[in-house]
Design a protein. Structure first.
Length: 135
C-alpha cells in the first residue's frame, strides 16, 4: 500500500467512524454523550486533515457513504459504548497502516498522533492497554 492508498483508507475509516459514533451518541446521555461528541469532533478533524493531505497531493478524497452497516445493534448505553470502542480499535489499525506507508514526515507525524489518539480513546471507552495499538 502506498501513501495515497493509505490516506484514502484512513479517510474512508474516518467517514465510517463519524457515522458510527453519531449513531452511538444517540443512545448516550450525560458525560458519555459529551465524550461521544468530543470523539466525533476528533474524527471530523482527522477527516478534514486527511482530505487536505489528499487534495495537496492532487488526489480526489474518497467520499463518505450514505450509510454504513454497523457490526451490532445499538440499543442502549452498553451497546453504544461497545460500538465506539470497536470503532477506535478499527481506526487504530488504519492509522497503523498509514504510519507504515507514509512517505513524508508530516504525514507520518499525523498518522502517529492519530494512532496515539485512538489508543487513548480506546482506554476512555473501556478498552485495555495494548502493547502495539493498531497492530
Amino acid at each position: 500500500m502506498n501513501q495515497v492508498e493509505a490516506l484514502q483508507a484512513a479517510l474512508a475509516g474516518e467517514h465510517a467512524a463519524m457515522y458510527g459514533v453519531g449513531v452511538a451518541g444517540g443512545k448516550l446521555t450525560g458525560a458519555r454523550f459529551r465524550d461521544a461528541t468530543d470523539t466525533f469532533e476528533q474524527h471530523r478533524d482527522n477527516r478534514d486533515k486527511l482530505s487536505a493531505l489528499l487534495v495537496a497531493a492532487g488526489e480526489t478524497p474518497v467520499a463518505a457513504e450514505a450509510a454504513y452497516d454497523l457490526p451490532q445493534a445499538v440499543t442502549n448505553t452498553a451497546t453504544a459504548t461497545a460500538l465506539v470502542l470497536l470503532i477506535e480499535r478499527r481506526i487504530a489499525a488504519v492509522y497503523g497502516d498509514l504510519v507504515e506507508a507514509a512517505e513524508q514526515p508530516a504525514v507520518r507525524a499525523f498518522a502517529v498522533e492519530s494512532l496515539l489518539g485512538s489508543a487513548t480513546a480506546q482506554l476512555a471507552w473501556g478498552g485495555a492497554p495494548l502493547a502495539f495499538p493498531g497492530a
